[in-house]
Ligand binder design. Structure first.
Ligand code: AKG
Length: 290
């Protein structure tokens, strides 16, 4: 996979990103890379998964994800999740640690990175965040959505915040992620999140399984994000989902679809974790150490 990622970076450098992605996303390359994981999934499903999928909330999330590329639930609704209090306690400790020894803000001044793919799972085996990340319901949802055994490839814990800027920057603009044609980012809120403190937005149906996967594709390769007016002229307003929610809310997004987030129009912050599940064809090498 590392060689493929290097090849991809080379293609980007010489302006061949788009043809590279088109070939990479074809079923054949996907099937070869993910073949063994599809087989494993079928075996696992026949033994284990049906019990998990029988849980009503797991089924709701899977149905919404398949249909919209987007779903929302809460830690209180999924079995074996940590409590909101335990999650908030751990978040506050991570924030104290970050204040004492800050991570880089590389490219996103509006984000304080409390965890940047460097969470120590070995030392914190039973922590609230470890229990969230390794929760069997989340893995079952990702496996069912991808129809293969997924990989966890990234864990970030962020405090995004108001900077005084009135214009959106970077991922605050509409974009797609190009790591893979299908992927799953799971956002966990440690506090209430609304449109005034960074809530993400998602165009329902713009994911690979949806009806608008080809709309506004490959825009970011030229460094241009999709504009608000392009989104509004291509999609009815009821297709735009707003990822707001109280502490403990879990938002699932296939970020191969059109999304944006982290914009703060007024003073305030968003306390959030982002856990990524990928297929084996993700072009970004996994950074997780769990
Ligand atoms: O919610 C955010 O801050 C943006 C996240 C994002 O663009 C992504 O995860 O790809």
């Amino acid at each position: 996979m590392i060689q493929i990622a290097s090849l991809f970076h080379f293609a980007q450098r010489v302006g061949l990103e788009r043809p590279f992605l088109q070939v990479w996303r074809k079923n054949i390359s996907h099937k070869i890379i993910n073949g063994p994981r599809h087989l494993l999934y079928r075996a696992w499903r026949s033994v284990n998964a049906t019990n998990l999928e029988r849980e009503e909330e797991v089924r709701n999330v899977i149905n919404n994800l398949n249909r919209f590329g987007y779903a929302k639930t809460h830690v209180d609704k999924l079995r074996d999740m940590p409590t909101v209090n335990d999650l908030q306690d751990e978040y506050n400790k991570l924030l104290e640690r970050e204040e004492a020894s800050p991570h880089s803000r590389k490219g996103k001044q509006f984000i304080r990175r409390l965890v940047d793919d460097d969470y120590d799972f070995k030392r914190n085996k039973n922590s609230a965040i470890s229990r969230f990340v390794t929760n069997r319901m989340l893995s079952a949802i990702a496996a069912n959505y991808f129809e293969l055994i997924p990989r966890r490839t990234s864990l970030k814990v962020w405090q995004s915040h108001f900077t005084g800027a009135t214009e959106r920057t970077a991922s605050q603009n509409w974009h797609r992620d190009y790591n893979d044609k299908i992927m799953l980012r799971v956002f966990l809120y440690f506090d209430e999140v609304t449109e005034l403190n960074g809530a993400g937005e998602y165009v329902a149906g713009s994911h690979f399984k949806g009806d608008a996967f080809e709309t506004l594709q490959y825009r970011e390769e030229t460094g241009t994000y999709s504009t608000e007016s392009e989104i509004r002229s291509n999609f009815a307003s009821d297709r735009i989902k707003i990822a707001n929610g109280d502490a403990g809310t879990i938002v699932f997004m296939d970020t191969g679809g059109l999304h944006r987030g982290g914009f703060h129009p007024q003073p305030g912050d968003r306390k959030v974790a982002l856990l990524t599940f990928s297929t084996a064809a993700d072009l970004q090498p996994s950074r997780m150490n769990n």
